[in-house]
Design a protein around this ligand. Structure first.
Ligand code: NAI
Ligand code: 13P
Length: 331
């Protein structure tokens, strides 16, 4: 296996993961969607569009040519969830069968309601699938601040290879085997982070914030278990860990989107002002369709889906949540 890592997607997270790999002694080929981003990384060793102000290791080689990843021993895929299918299709001809491919994006495909591992199975069926997820802001990882994540792979030796390529003292992947749990944790926490931002923006208080995390965690776990995940996965880094991080810091794009919604800004204005992805906006309606299909009650996610789809105002959604009948905590 080549010791070079291929990374698809040079946004903030793909770039930070390239930096984590360099810290682990692994050179990488980082594919950027925008040719000018690839050129800037090679010329200045910085990603001025998506990860400004962080000096990158010269072992990171950027490209805009998908064929350059054919020689890599493993791939990380880090494109936004709604572009995952088209991106993977563009790389189909360049994958060597048996290559470990770790999905690092957090979201559910709209329309099909597929998880990223389903999309990978349909587009690159000869890959060995893995999921990397957990509490990890790109800027923290790129700077080398201590971070721990879940690396889920049912092929333990492929999982260990991936961990050896990216793990270091400061970036610590923990091996797991539950891809569905890791994916639902990462996808649903983005939706809940929008709700947490709304709570903050509307100044509903720390008690409401804590209640939201606990009841949101119950929703996340119910959906994951209904889809076949192990309950314990959700108590780990990729579930509760990421939920706590993302609901607690405006450094999260999802939480900051909720904050602005809570303060009265329109979603259109919030989205127009950013070039980075806010996965929870597209994932919220997909989560609700998936929950309905599996008869899972997810009232907080439903409120977020109604707000981002323009079906309810922030105040109407909050009032509807607070008017729900009292129920058992374990329901
Ligand atoms: N930024 C972070 O701290 C973390 C992000 N993630 C996940 O990583 C994924 C990527 O997020 P970021 O790197 O933050 O992105 P970003 O917000 O920094 O950049 C946007 C990305 O979208 C790409 N893009 C835009 N249009 C595209 C198209 N038509 N086809 C393919 N790619 C296109 C851009 O090239 C760029 O890579 C998301 O699913 C996110 O949830 C996961 C953990 C941490
Ligand atoms: O997934 C993340 C941290 O684990 C990043 O969250 P945001 O996409 O909300 O910024």
């Amino acid at each position: 296996m080549s010791a070079r890592l291929g990374i698809i997607g040079a946004g903030a997270w793909g770039t930070a993961l390239a930096q984590a790999a360099a810290r682990a002694g692994t050179p990488s080929t980082l594919w950027a969607f925008e040719p000018e981003v690839a050129a800037a990384i090679n010329e200045t060793h910085e990603n001025p569009v998506f990860l400004k102000g962080i000096k990158l290791d010269p072992a990171i080689r950027a490209t805009n040519n998908a064929a350059d990843l054919s020689a890599c021993g493993a791939w990380l895929v880090v494109t936004p969830a709604q572009h995952m299918r088209a991106s993977l299709e563009a790389f189909r001809a360049h994958l060597r069968p048996g290559t470990p491919v770790a999905l690092c994006s957090k979201g559910i495909e709209r329309g099909s309601l597929k998880l990223m591992s389903n999309v990978l199975g349909e587009t690159l069926p000869h890959a060995v699938p893995a999921v990397l997820s957990g509490p990890s802001f790109a800027a923290d990882v790129a700077r080398g601040l201590p971070t721990a994540v879940t690396l889920a792979c049912t092929d333990a030796s492929a999982g260990e290879k991936l961990i050896a390529m990216i793990g270091s003292a400061s970036f610590r992947p923990y091996l797991a085997d539950d891809l569905i749990g890791a994916e639902i944790g990462g996808s649903v926490k983005n939706v809940l982070a929008i709700a947490a931002g709304i709570v903050e923006g509307r100044e509903l208080g720390r008690s409401a914030h804590a209640a939201l995390i606990a009841r949101g965690f119950a929703e996340m776990t119910r959906l994951a278990v209904a889809l076949g995940a192990q309950r314990e996965t959700l108590t780990g880094l990729c579930g509760l860990g990421d939920l706590v991080l993302t609901c607690s810091s405006p450094q999260s794009r999802n939480m900051s989107c909720g904050l602005a919604l809570g303060r009265g800004e329109s979603l259109a204005d919030i989205m127009a002002a950013r070039n980075s992805v806010t996965e929870g906006v597209a994932t919220a309606p997909a989560v609700m369709e998936l929950a309905a299909r599996h008869h899972v009650d997810m009232p907080i996610c439903e409120a977020v889906a109604a707000i981002v789809s323009g079906k309810a105002s922030v105040d109407a959604a909050i009032n509807a949540l607070l008017a729900r009948p009292f129920t058992s905590e374990s329901a």
